[in-house]
Write a protein that binds this ligand. Sequence first.
Ligand SMILES: NC(=O)c1ccc[n+]([C@@H]2O[C@H](COP(=O)([O-])OP(=O)(O)OC[C@H]3O[C@@H](n4cnc5c(N)ncnc54)[C@H](OP(=O)(O)O)[C@@H]3O)[C@@H](O)[C@H]2O)c1
Length: 312
Amino acid sequence: MTAHKIIAVVGATGAQGGGLARAILTHPDSGFRVRAITRDATSVAARKLAAAGAEVVTADLGDSASLSTALREVWGAYFMTCFQAHFCPATEKLEARTMAAAARRAHVRHVIWSTLEDTRTRATPRGSYNVPHCDAKGEADGYFRELDVPTTFLRTSFHWENFIDWGLGPRLGPHGNLVLTMPIGTSRLAGIAAEDIGRCAFGIFSEGTDTIGCTIGIAGEHLTGDEMAAKMGRATGHTTIYHPICPDRYRELASPGSLEMGNWFQYQRDTEAEYCSARSVERSRSLNPQLQSFDAWLAVNAGRIPGSVVTY
Ligand SMILES: NC(=O)c1ccc[n+]([C@@H]2O[C@H](COP(=O)([O-])OP(=O)(O)OC[C@H]3O[C@@H](n4cnc5c(N)ncnc54)[C@H](OP(=O)(O)O)[C@@H]3O)[C@@H](O)[C@H]2O)c1
């Protein structure tokens, strides 16, 4: 009997990495087993993974020795950063370099690096960064190449969970309708359920090593603001209207992150054709046959979108 290949998963207790960890755990015949990396093996999420059969190992991206230990004897590794833990591009790049170097030392055979475009290559930087959480990841791609780490670069998409967790969902408007405000005009936004990112990563590992050196973009659907609002309205039972605000006004909104998100939305709007075609829904579905459409995601999650629980 062949021993299962170990896949180490950074972020296994979170959304993206959790999707991969659960995909491995629910496919016991895949030939893989999961090593879940966490800073706290006693957390509820870590204990749940252990109970489901994962090997849970403690490591911190700020501690390269702990990461080297966690990567011992692994065949594959899923690497991501948690930008919202520090909102610091320099820290994100350092964490990426630490992972790349640890993978090199541990002779990991296949790394998937969860990344995004460096928007500064297409848009004039507004300061050091346009969209720090994208630009730093895109810049960090270079570390994996410089160190010759066998890497598949996985370009993710806007998590639909942003409508729940990051205050980007619809708000009650002056006429009693819900209003979804986004500065994307009539362009399509590539979006995905965060769980599906990990499931697509499972598909990449399952294909072997052919994708090493390639960049694969993934999305669950490419939708306009009008389409997203209409679908939200049907799912929540509250009429929802799309308000295509201009990016400059969006950046001035008082909500935290509006500057960065305004820049990110504008970049996606301005590069719509290229951005969406770099994230093929068909390819994503071939990697992950369970890929959710926005409607399918809403069927489970609409009640968690804050605006949808407004009563009037
Ligand atoms: N929201 C979007 O639209 C979007 C789109 C594309 C990309 N992204 C990117 O996706 C990432 C967030 O992914 P997510 O939603 O899956 O995050 P998440 O659910 O918040 O999970 C974060 C994970 O990171 C782990 N982690 C955090 N700091 C760590 C450290 N120092 N060492 C080791 N592990 C650490 C946490 O593990 P423990 O707490 O167990 O240690 C947890 O498992 C961000 O980098 C963001 O920029 C977001």
